[in-house]
Design a protein around this ligand. Sequence first.
Ligand SMILES: C[S@@+](CC[C@H](N)C(=O)[O-])C[C@H]1O[C@@H](n2cnc3c(N)ncnc32)[C@H](O)[C@@H]1O
Length: 348
Amino acid sequence: MPEYGKKSYWDDRYKNIEGDPDEPFDWMCGWEQLESTISPLLPLKSCSMLVVGCGNAPFSAGIHNAGYTNSIHVDYSEVVIEQQRKRYPQVDYRVGDCLNLTEFEDESFDCLVDKSLIDTMMCYENGTETTEDLFREMHRLLKPGGRLIQISLHKEDEVRPFNDTEGCDFVCTTCKLVNMKLFDPNTSRKESTESSLSHTFAVFDKLQGTSLEEREKITSQHPLNIVNALSDEALNELRAVVELDKPKDPRVVSWRDCNRPSDLFDVFEAVIEDYSEIMAEVLEANRTEILEDIVLAKASADSSSSPSSSSSSVELSPEEAGFSSSAASAVSTELELDEDLREFIVVD
Ligand SMILES: C[S@@+](CC[C@H](N)C(=O)[O-])C[C@H]1O[C@@H](n2cnc3c(N)ncnc32)[C@H](O)[C@@H]1O
């Protein structure tokens, strides 16, 4: 696992070997997904806000552009802060160690937002103790009645215990938000494990320093009603959808070079279907004919091959393999398969 708990890891990540900036990247999800959940929890756009461990996420600019202009965005990597200042000059970026933000006085902020800094803290040496230090620092910086919003890759029962960090006086609500990257065509379904279905969304309200009346009012609001929180039923449905989709998704099988016709015979039936469609597009030909050609070719190869010659290393010419001339011309020449096409063709 990368050394997420080390500053040198982040500095190196943010500038590649040539010194070029890393592409902006949002861990877990961006402002677009979170806006409808966060906005009702922070109704006052003019609130003083600190976004901790901001990295190079477009999230910071999203939050600022949504109207939270009284926000400061901190990271301890000078490298990334310099890049972000150039990318988003309208945003107030600062360099700072979130475990010890001495530049800010006690009770400076109405709200704090942490997207995945907690996960990084858990990767530090003595991760639990360091995360507790983070909570104490967040607690110090919040005004009485102030709110810490946290989004984490960790599960709810790993996040909740930090509510009881010694020296902190919080009340919290946690819930799950769906991992939208599961449904992003640019990311692989290989991500769809049980633990990747959802992220934890947590709200910690600081009670320390509030009057008895305020304390009661804040406490009585918990558990908070959180927009887009996944119900158990929705999570089960999601589990079922992802599980059901898995066997249908050819991309779960690894790709190996599929330029030879004989390789095609090892391809799953379902993938042959997909392939005929792609070939039909390439050749601007009739898909049914191509599919029939492939099936015929496969049948004739099956019947003519001896057990020793049935391996994928046997080289048949396309015509020998029973392809029509149009399909043959497509498979006999070295097909320049682009990445999308390769994803569909699966040979183990
Ligand atoms: C997992 S990334 C999250 C980045 C961003 N918040 C996002 O959601 O995409 C963690 C970030 O925390 C920063 N970080 C780690 N330890 C820190 C510390 N002690 N003080 C400030 N930033 C820290 C890293 O430099 C990195 O940018």
